[in-house]
Design a protein around this ligand. Sequence first.
Ligand SMILES: C[S@@+](CC[C@H](N)C(=O)[O-])C[C@H]1O[C@@H](n2cnc3c(N)ncnc32)[C@H](O)[C@@H]1O
Length: 217
Amino acid sequence: MDIGCGTGTDILLLAKWGFHRVVGLDVDGGAIGIARRRATRMRLASRATFIAGAAEDLEDHLAPSSVDVVLHTLVGNNLEDRYHAHFRSIARALKPRGLLVSCIRAWGYEENMGPGRVPPVAGMRRYFELSPGVSTHLAESGRAWPPHAPVVFWLGRPRKQRAAEESRRGRARGASRAPAPRGVARRRRAAPPAAGRPARSPPRTRRPARARSRRPG
Ligand SMILES: C[S@@+](CC[C@H](N)C(=O)[O-])C[C@H]1O[C@@H](n2cnc3c(N)ncnc32)[C@H](O)[C@@H]1O
């Protein structure tokens, strides 16, 4: 399954490579429409399902523990809210031995941190046991500055029990949209620099300890 599949490029490639059943989900209904038309053109529609909706509402579309692998590429940078519901829902949909493959773009002070030091977005660690994180570079030449952006990549194993319990409790309160657990701050990632805008000098000092404590877990 590809969360934030856009127009389905990756998921259709996986189907073409022989994956028997692939699912793409995206909040952008227009992109999902394109993905479905591409699947039909590529004669892959019988094996590729596309869902227009938010990952936070996966429970409406998929049975729990039904997915082997979730791709989550650069979606964390797009999340504005509902971080915990987002990752709880993904953890719930994955099989107990399922795998999350996730990457996010590092911004601002994070660009100077070692890959193992860049924290995942809120909620990810709560619902997934994560690898330490490795970084690579995303070529953004001509679209943004700097031309090569650091991207941090994690593998995650779902914390099934926590996701199931919290999901049950949330639904009992009628609140899959419940606020984040107490003491967990929501944080918006900084917007990417506008295309062509020169990069600001990277910060030379370490991030102050006070700001670090605001980072959600
Ligand atoms: C940077 S794009 C990544 C596209 C694709 N994964 C790729 O690698 O080309 C992020 C995508 O995530 C989708 N998205 C953002 N928030 C989402 C959410 N809460 N649930 C599902 N999709 C979401 C956006 O509509 C967008 O298509």
